[in-house]
Design a protein around this ligand. Structure first.
Ligand SMILES: [Zn+2]
Ligand SMILES: [Zn+2]
Length: 554
């Protein structure tokens, strides 16, 4: 069990215990233990009770529970509480805006035992009338449940990619499979997916028998569906070799893309994908772009860009270290980045307002800059740039005095607090930050977490126009939960000559690889090398920084 998983169990215990009106002191101590364990850097797995007890802040009873968790995956008191709670009530903890106390009231006083029932109660205005709730809470609860329902059974791309590759490799090796490919949303690399989509030309009897060996398979007219590995849904379209190209083409395209092609009179039987596009005078379109959002017009006029690739990235901007909430030290992040073949690294730990994330005080900055200077001597020609992820405060100001801001090589400005805002408020906050002469990159513009939290509302065109006017680059945060800026706005940004920075926001060395997910969606949006800030080589990146300083400060 990782520390994070152990902490999660203690948090669950505190929540459920509160739901069942447990001892407040005990609840507090478990919640505190969860917080503490989550932040620990040494793994607790494999430690004896005595070793655990010797650790600071871990008492006797918590130590025993940790030991039990490492042995059995949970602990008795938690299991008992879960058994005493209907699953539908446990699900209510996913709803935003209500905690254990309110859930207890909903369950015990209103007799509601599932999300569906709660939504119904909101629609009947019953929650607003309940003691201690009110209209505002009811509205928040309603929106949260609707959001959960509309995203149910969806997965982050990153979650399905690995099992999808594993299944593809497994089936590819079978003698009865003659051709196989990803298709649908998976092949288009959409940021969230309903299932793993495969197209297979095979001996169908043998394929079915093989799959049924280990899984329950539903057989439909032209496809099979089953759950693979840890229950990931898979849909397999069946075809034969003669129809493979045509079926691959049709099943890959998003419906609007396909419809536009039909209207253009494309011949789907023309041969491979290049030939199919060419049959109606279109240049080949990469699978990622086949969404029906203007790519066909470009393909007709030969205006399609050469889409960016991971290999074209030269540096990695926006990363965290142990100075704030990262798991690896500055030196570790730098050596790893250099080993990966990158020319430069931008360190952007959190700023001082982000106390929850160990944001840097002025003295920490001085210390970090000295460490960067020393490392730069050691690692040259590789270079670490002194950046910061400065919080955009409630009024749109950045988080340090101008003197401090001027000590950085570059500044990423991001919103981390008070995310619940009207569009008007969000825009005034972001526009002020963009106009700040110290801002170089606007970080994760909408604050969204895919499938978990909608971003605050924004007027994207005005936002991008402001970045263009101030020469500010926009981050495409490559964390697979964010992928923010949404790729659908890239085309507008590129038209306005706004540079896009594919930033992993890495909190550990492995986090650099998230740039793969950033590349996926960047390609969907039509990003090409020349417009990607971190595809600039070290010299070009440095020139960009210098020109910005000159423009802003003379
Ligand atoms: Zn951030
Ligand atoms: Zn960050």
């Amino acid at each position: 069990m990782t520390n994070e998983e152990i902490a999660e169990l203690f948090k669950w215990y505190a929540n459920l215990s509160e739901l069942h009106d447990g001892n407040p002191f005990k609840i507090k101590s478990y919640a505190a233990a969860a917080f503490k364990i989550d932040k620990l850097s040494t793994p607790l797995e494999g430690k004896s009770v005595a070793e655990l007890e010797a650790m600071e802040g871990i008492g006797k009873s918590i130590a025993q529970k940790i030991f039990e968790i490492n042995q059995s995956g949970s602990f008795t008191e938690l299991v008992e509480l879960i058994n005493d709670t209907p699953q539908g009530v446990i699900d209510l903890f996913k709803v935003k805006g209500i905690g254990p106390k309110k859930i207890a009231y909903i369950w015990k006083q209103l007799g509601i035992e599932s999300m569906g029932e709660l939504l119904y109660a909101c629609n009947e205005n019953r929650l607003a009338q309940a003691k201690g709730f009110g209209l505002k809470t009811q509205q928040a609860v309603k929106e949260s449940i609707e959001f959960i329902f509309s995203n149910a059974n969806k997965f982050h791309y990153a979650k399905l990619e690995k099992p999808a590759l594993q299944l593809l490799n497994e089936l590819q090796q079978q003698p009865f499979v003659s051709r196989i490919s990803f298709t649908g949303e998976l092949r288009r690399k959409n940021e969230t997916l309903d299932h793993i989509s495969l197209l297979i030309a095979a001996n169908q009897t043998q394929l079915l028998a093989y799959l049924q060996n280990s899984m329950e398979v539903s057989v439909h007219e032209n496809h099979l569906s089953f759950r693979y590995n840890e229950g990931y849904p898979v849909s397999v379209i069946l075809t034969d070799e003669a129809h493979f190209d045509e079926t691959l083409f049709i099943s890959t395209a998003a419906p609007p893309h396909l419809k536009q092609l039909e209207q253009a009179g494309v011949n789907f039987k023309a041969g491979n994908e290049v030939a199919i596009y060419a049959s109606a005078g279109f240049a080949f379109i990469e699978p990622e772009m086949r969404e029906g959002l203007g790519e066909l017009g470009k393909a007709k006029n030969n205006k399609l860009p050469q889409l960016i690739t991971y290999q074209q990235l030269k540096g990695v901007l926006h990363n965290h270290t142990t100075y704030s909430d990262g798991a690896n030290t500055l030196a570790e992040m730098a050596s790893f980045c250099k080993e990966q073949g990158f020319e430069y690294l931008g360190i952007c730990d959190h700023s001082k307002s982000a106390q929850y994330a160990g944001g840097l005080k002025e003295a920490d900055i001085i210390k970090q800059h000295a460490e960067i200077d020393a490392l730069n001597k050691e690692l040259a020609p590789f270079k670490i740039y002194k950046g910061i992820e400065s919080d955009i405060l409630g009024d749109g100001a950045l988080d340090y005095s101008n003197d401090v801001l001027a000590s950085f090589d570059f500044v990423v400005a991001s919103v981390h607090s008070n995310l619940k805002m009207s569009e008007e408020k969000a825009m005034s906050r972001l526009l002020k930050a963009i106009e700040n002469p110290y801002t170089d990159i606007l970080g994760h513009p909408s604050g969204r977490l895919l499938l978990m939290r909608e971003g605050y509302p924004l007027d994207y065109h005005t936002l991008i126009d402001a970045c263009a006017a101030n020469g500010v680059a926009i981050e495409l945060n490559a964390n697979p939960y964010r992928l923010d800026l949404d790729w659908r706005y890239l085309d507008y940004a590129l038209n306005k000559q706004v540079l896009i920075s594919i930033n992993p926001d890495a909190h550990e060395t492995a986090g650099f690889f998230d740039m793969h997910f950033g590349i996926n969606v960047a390609r969907k949006g039509g990003l090409y090398k020349e417009m990607c800030l971190n595809a600039k080589d070290k010299n070009a990146f440095e020139t960009w920084l210098q020109q910005r300083r000159k423009q802003k400060f003379g």
